[in-house]
Design a protein around this ligand. Structure first.
Ligand code: SAH
Length: 296
């Protein structure tokens, strides 16, 4: 492993494959980005020999190399069989620390003792990956997460660039994480260069008391329903229940209509973008705790 470096790893893989943009194959060349990704994931708890890090889409293995040099145990899930055989070759002396899984990250079982996630993820499946990370964290709390995503997506995760970046993605993440934008990464830091700018993002697991009274599914469903027409007022948006409401146990149209009547008209005058995550969580908790007496 001592003789490996980023450029060599990328060259070795590129000798074997023609990068496939439909798999988001843009390989990192910039060591500063790799070091920073590991640093921000380590913030709460350092990545060391006691860590088990999940890497999604290792590709040439540059990030993998730096993680292994921290003596961490690494599980890396990669869909491309050519990349897998490349990784098996270059890391053949790392069998005790590196566990390579060939498959789709969205359908593969993740080990249940992951402590950190560090990854330059395939951008085209950013949303479902984030969703899966959040679900994982709810059952197996993580210590630190850093991911590299498309810049515009990063802004929607953190909701820090004005009201227009507010939406279902950021509000759902708020329930479990403090989302912090870190370094911007230009297309030149990759081979081949993507067309978009990228951004490192830190997800810091956090416990929110507001979550105790909240049905996570109802929260996401109501917010997604409202943001589908983000220019309308809540009065109009909430006058109809979300389309799939009855899939949530205990919920149906009558209970919804009755709960909505108790919302203050001040709130109903607002548009989805005007509410912070905390206000959404208060509103949706309020909706769910309304007593409903069926007339039948
Ligand atoms: N982490 C590497 C490679 C990033 S490119 C680096 O920073 O250089 C994205 C990688 O994700 C590619 O290797 C691609 O083959 C892999 N990939 C794409 N879709 C995937 C999926 N569904 N599951 C697992 N890996 C995937």
């Amino acid at each position: 492993m001592d003789d490996l470096d980023i450029k060599l790893l990328v060259d070795l893989l590129r000798d074997r494959i023609h990068p496939d943009s439909s798999l988001g194959q843009h390989f990192l060349l910039d060591e500063n980005v790799i070091n920073r990704a590991i640093e921000i994931a380590s913030n709460n708890h350092p990545i060391d020999s006691s860590s088990h890090v999940l890497e999604i889409g290792p590709g040439p293995g540059s990030l993998t190399l730096s993680l292994l040099r921290k003596n961490a145990k690494v599980t890396a899930i990669e869909i491309d069989p050519e990349a897998i055989s490349h990784l098996n070759r270059v890391f053949k002396d790392q069998k005790d620390n590196l566990f390579l899984i060939e498959g789709d990250v969205l359908t593969t079982n993740w080990p249940n003792d992951i402590t950190h996630i560090v990854s330059n993820i395939p951008y085209q499946i950013s949303s479902p990956i984030i969703d899966q990370i959040q679900r994982y964290n709810n059952f197996n709390p993580l210590l630190g997460i850093s991911i590299l995503v498309q810049d515009e997506f990063a802004e929607r995760m953190s909701m820090t660039s004005g009201y227009s970046s507010r939406g279902p993605l950021g509000h759902a993440l708020w329930l479990d994480f403090d989302v912090e934008l870190d370094m911007k990464v230009s297309p030149h830091s990759f081979s081949p260069s993507p067309r978009v700018n990228s951004r490192l993002v830190k997800l810091k697991p956090t416990i929110r008391e507001e979550k105790n009274n909240l049905d996570h599914r109802l929260f996401t469903m109501v917010i997604t329903h409202c943001f589908a027409n983000r220019r309308r007022k809540l009065r109009t948006l909430l006058s109809n229940p979300p389309r799939r409401l009855s899939r949530i146990s205990g919920w149906h149209r009558d209970r919804w209509n009755s709960a909505i009547k108790s919302i203050s008209s001040e709130i109903l005058e607002l548009r989805p973008e005007n509410l912070s995550s905390l206000q959404w969580s208060n509103l949706i908790s309020h909706i769910s705790i309304q007593e409903f007496e069926s007339r039948t």
